[in-house]
Design a protein around this ligand. Structure first.
Ligand SMILES: [Zn+2]
Length: 128
């Protein structure tokens, strides 16, 4: 059963919370206190955010997603242009690094929001 929101905290889409890097309960508070460090508590609704641990999930998702998207593009470009090998390494390395750094925060926020949505009672009531 998918939990639903209440009067104080209407349901926030995990996708929206992930894109905004916002608290998964209220959708307004900041999720991170650093680049990837989850804040101890939401500044708006008081949800204890430190209990959410996404582990390596977001990084693994990005490895597969970026590999699926960037490798075919790199292959097509390498077949159609005469760049030296070092230039391919530099450009595709920079593209992958930039996309990974840009997408890691929203991916982690999305995984935390999914955890909150599906393990809400466990995380709010003290858990195991
Ligand atoms: Zn909140």
């Amino acid at each position: 059963m998918t939990p639903v929101g209440d009067d104080d905290h209407p349901t926030v889409s995990p996708f929206t919370a992930g894109l905004r890097c916002a608290c998964p309960r209220c959708g307004k508070g900041r999720l991170f206190k650093g680049y990837l460090t989850v804040a101890d508590r939401c500044g708006v609704c008081g949800l204890e955010l430190a209990r959410h641990d996404s582990g390596d999930g977001p990084a693994v998702f990005l490895i597969f997603i970026l590999g699926f998207l960037v490798v075919p593009v790199a292959l097509v470009v390498s077949l159609n242009v005469e760049w030296p090998l070092w230039l391919h390494g530099f450009i595709w390395g920079a593209v992958i690094l930039g996309l990974a750094l840009g997408m890691l925060r929203p991916a982690k926020a999305y995984v935390v929001a999914l955890q909150y949505r599906h393990r809400r009672s466990e995380l709010e009531d003290g858990g195991p």
